[in-house]
Design a protein around this ligand. Structure first.
Ligand code: HEM
Length: 411
């Protein structure tokens, strides 16, 4: 065996405090090679290639010999046996599928995420941002003067915008919010989502499909439930899985970006002041936060369906490959002074929304929503300050996503 695979580097990506020192680990690995074979202490013998360099990450995300669906590795005989045994697979989502299935599933949803659709959402985003800040201001006045910006603003804004796009009735928002936040907080990549919470979220999804089949409105789920042609039709299972993916992919990520951007700006008062003086800088602040503290730390696991070379390594059929956009975005070979947050820096492409065919479907929506969230916040609360020492703020544990646990501020 090659040295890399025979002696994997053991990294505890699941450690409670991994996100506090993740970049030290990424820098050390990248300095050895942008493509290193690692394994988790919890999963001995199940290593994977960890990609920390920008060029290798960009290449891997576009590599056709890497499949997102692990079933791509099944032999024709195994497929036939599964089909004969009628082993029911879970309904597939676009994220865990490959062309042509990926193309079909993605096409079904993409109309809701074009720049035109996002522009139509501007008034909705503004209205909800203002409303949430009204509530938070009142709560701060009635309480001790502080607000947890993550729970009072970022999470509910993200969920409400998503709810409007998908067509969740407003009366469901409070229950769904509680459930989605708890599901995001307690699930771990090894145990998966908590089964009880998962069941309840699935219940919301099933009810939404039923509701929109009977009583369609002007929203994505109604359009998917009443396709214009058979070509666009999704089964109930696929439709439910699609809603689940959109909530999972879009809710917590956008909220985390709002919180991380706010934290980065508040800990650097001249940059907060610059944005206050020039709100047009908000788009640059969003991109820089995506690069510096992007909510997606590692992408979906890919599976090699044929051998190829990546960086200085040979990837064999059946190998698993995990790209870390967070590490790639701070590769000093790609961006100068990578560990400095700087909204004025010369724009460089980043992989925070991934690349290749699985690039984030909701990128335009997320960018716009977070930009509105920041400009509304800064206009309403120009003297906003943190109510904690930055070193006391903690990232949630768990592999894959980077999100704060809370963000206490004083309006
Ligand atoms: C700041 C917020 C967001 C970030 C950082 C983000 C990041 C990402 C990344 C990195 C991927 C690709 C993962 C991979 O290649 O394995 C992805 C895929 C995806 N995202 Fe996002 N996302 C965000 C918001 C959203 C929103 C708001 C939605 C929609 C409501 C959304 C929907 C999707 C979907 C459907 C995919 C799968 C695309 C495909 O497989 O073709 N995302 N996102």
């Amino acid at each position: 065996m090659r040295p890399g695979k025979s002696r994997p580097i053991v990294i505890d990506l699941l450690a409670e405090d991994f996100h506090e020192h993740a970049h030290t680990v990424y820098d050390r690995l990248r300095a050895q090679s942008p493509v290193t074979f690692v394994e988790l202490p919890q999963q001995p013998g199940r290593g994977f290639w960890m990609i920390t360099g920008y060029t290798a990450a960009d290449t891997a995300l576009r590599e056709k010999r890497l499949a997102n669906d692990p079933r791509a590795l099944l032999s024709p005989a195994q497929r036939a046996a599964r089909a004969a045994a009628r082993i029911p697979g879970p309904p597939n989502t676009m994220l865990i599928s490959d062309p042509p299935e990926h193309t079909r599933l993605r096409r079904a949803a993409q109309r809701a995420f074009t720049s035109r659709s996002v522009t139509a959402m501007h008034p909705v985003m503004l209205r909800h941002a203002e409303r949430l800040l009204d509530h938070a201001e009142q709560a701060a006045r009635d309480g001790d003067g502080t607000v947890d910006l993550l729970h009072a603003y970022a999470y509910p804004l993200s969920l409400t915008v998503l709810g409007e796009i998908l067509g969740f009735p407003a009366a469901w928002h409070a229950g769904l919010h509680d459930l989605a936040v708890r599901a995001a907080t307690v699930s771990t990549p090894l145990s998966g989502p908590d089964p009880l919470l998962r069941d309840r979220l699935d219940g919301y999804t099933r009810d939404l499909v039923l509701l929109k089949r009977q009583d369609p409105g002007d929203d994505l789920v109604s359009r998917l439930a009443h396709p214009e042609s058979d070509r666009e039709a999704l089964s109930d299972g696929e439709l439910g899985a699609m809603i689940g993916l959109l909530v999972a992919a879009g809710f917590e990520t956008s909220a985390s970006l709002i919180a991380s951007a706010t934290l980065s700006l508040l800990t650097d008062p001249p940059q907060w002041a610059a944005l206050r003086a020039e709100p047009e800088l908000a788009a640059a602040a969003v991109e820089e936060t995506m690069r510096y503290w992007g909510p997606v730390e590692s992408a979906t696991m890919r599976h090699a369906v044929a051998p190829f070379t990546l960086g200085d390594k040979r990837i064999e059929t059946g190998d698993r490959v995990l790209v870390f956009p967070a590490a790639a975005n701070r590769d000093p070979a790609h961006v100068r002074d990578p560990h400095r947050f700087d909204i004025h820096r010369e724009p460089r492409p980043h992989l925070g929304f991934s690349g290749g065919i699985h690039n984030c479907l909701g990128a335009a929506l997320a960018r716009t929503e977070v930009r509105f969230a920041l400009t509304t916040l800064i206009a309403r609360w120009p003297r906003l300050r943190l109510d904690a020492h930055p070193a006391d703020l903690r990232w949630r544990s768990g592999m894959g996503l980077r999100g704060l646990r809370r963000l206490p501020v004083r309006p």
